[in-house]
Design a protein around this ligand. Sequence first.
Ligand code: CNA
Length: 238
Amino acid sequence: MDDKIMQLKKWIDESDNVVFFGGAGVSTESGIPDFRSVDGLYNQKWKYPPETILSHSFFVKYPEEYYRFHREKLVIDGVKPNAAHLKLAELEQAGKLRAVVTQNIDGLHQAAGSKKVLELHGSILRSYCSACGRPYPADKMNRGEGVPRCACGGVIRPDIVLYEEPLDDAVVSEAIRVISGAEVLIIGGTSLNVYPAAGLINYYRGNKLALVNLSETPYDDEADLVIHEKIGKVFSQL
Ligand code: CNA
């Protein structure tokens, strides 16, 4: 086993206060493209950049176009948790991992069995009416064609945080609490480019910060351990 992976394993073995903070790279090995890798959504051809389509003003103005993108690019059939999701659930079950803080909206941590999952950007597995707030099963939004509408006439929207929208205060506060109290913080599969989520790292006060990401990130110099490998491959060895 690689020395760095061995080091990370030792930190985890010796701790009961590990926190994981992750992003889209955690799910690429499940077949969900991320945003910024070469085959990520930002490098695929689309009429508007994903950042524009996934913004509040775009959703309000062009819901039809938004839903075309949503169903084609965000909803992927048959995806399953990979070795990283499964290991994190196992570590929580073993009393070692306190929480998963994720920027992902795919629900795969819960599918793997994780209980404490702080979804900073919400989930495409939940939806509600943008006019009256009534919740709807996600299938009405994720399947079919056109713009899904509520009985009141309002547009049904995903329970995700679109660009231009604020994060949920309660979720952010809890994420700050667990990260600032963590002994070991593992950050994985995130380019650490999307704020305010990426800024959460600054709340960590310990000296066991591990970064597991395929490409370099702006925080590599601040980490105590940096592993540039696939997260599923790394976690299956922990
Ligand atoms: P990003 O900016 O696309 O960065 C992903 C990072 O993961 C890149 O630095 C990659 O090098 C790295 N990476 C890709 N595959 C792997 C792998 N197998 N192992 C290790 N590292 C890998 O994504 P971020 O999460 O940083 O950006 C935040 C956005 C992306 C959030 O708003 C998410 O909602 C959004 N997003 C989520 C999903 C999802 O829910 N699965 C998919 C695509 C985008």
